[in-house]
Design a protein around this ligand. Structure first.
Ligand code: GDP
Length: 175
C-alpha cells in the first residue's frame, strides 16, 4: 500500500461533444459509450494512479462545453492544479476553442497550473474518417505554450491513461 497520496484538482475544458466526459469515463471506469448524455453544469469524479512510490489522486471536474455554461468555468479552474484542454481532431472549430481555453487559463488560472492538450477521436481518422487538425498543429500549440500534448481516443483508450500519468508526474509530491 502507498501511504503518500497527493491530491490534484484537475479541470476538463473544451467545446461540447469533443469527448471530455468520455475521456474521464475511460480513465475512471475503462469504459466507453456511443450515446452519452451531455454533461449539465459539471460532474465530479476521482481516480488514483500510482507513480513510482506514491499515489496521485485526481479530483476531476468535468465541465459542460455548452456556451451557456462558459461563465461557470472560472469557478472550476480557479483553484485547479491541472487542466486538460480537449479538442476533436475532426473539428477545426474545437481546436480554435482549445486555443482560447489555453489563453484564458494562462491569464486567469493559477500561474503554476499544469496544462495538457488532448486532440481526441483519433480513432475516427484511423477508421478512414477525415482528420482536420494535423498532429503538427497540436504539437506546435503545445510547444509554443509549454503544454503537455497527446492525441487520444476515448473510444479505443489510446493515450488516455498516458495523459493523466504525464500530468501526475509533473505534480510536486507531498511527503
Ligand atoms: P463532451 O461533451 O466533451 O463531454 O463529449 P462526450 O464525452 O459527451 O462525447 C460526445 C460524443 O462523442 C459521444 O457520442 C461520444 O460517444 C463520442 N466520442 C467521445 N470520444 C470519442 C472518441 O475518442 N472517438 C469517437 N469515435 N467518438 C468519441
Amino acid at each position: 500500500m502507498n501511504s503518500n497520496v497527493t491530491s490534484v484538482k484537475l479541470v476538463l475544458l473544451g467545446e461540447a461533444a469533443v469527448g471530455k466526459s468520455s475521456i474521464v469515463l475511460r480513465f475512471v471506469s475503462n469504459d466507453f459509450s456511443e450515446n452519452k448524455e451531455p454533461t449539465i453544469g459539471a460532474a465530479f469524479l476521482t481516480q488514483r494512479v500510482n507513480i513510482d512510490d506514491h499515489t496521485v489522486k485526481f479530483e476531476i471536474w468535468d465541465t459542460a462545453g455548452q456556451e451557456r455554461f462558459a461563465s461557470l468555468a472560472p469557478m472550476y479552474y480557479r483553484n485547479a492544479q491541472a487542466a486538460l484542454v480537449v479538442y476533436d481532431v475532426s473539428k477545426p472549430q474545437s481546436f480554435i476553442k482549445a486555443r482560447h481555453w489555453v489563453k484564458e487559463l494562462q491569464e486567469r488560472a493559477s500561474s503554476d497550473i499544469i496544462i495538457a492538450l488532448a486532440g481526441n477521436k483519433v480513432d475516427i481518422v484511423e477508421d478512414g474518417g477525415e482528420r482536420k487538425v494535423a498532429t503538427e498543429e497540436g504539437q506546435k500549440l503545445a510547444d509554443e505554450e509549454g503544454l503537455l500534448f497527446f492525441e487520444t481516443s476515448a473510444k479505443t483508450g489510446q493515450n488516455v491513461n498516458e495523459v493523466f500519468l504525464a500530468i501526475g508526474e509533473k505534480i510536486p509530491i507531498k511527503k
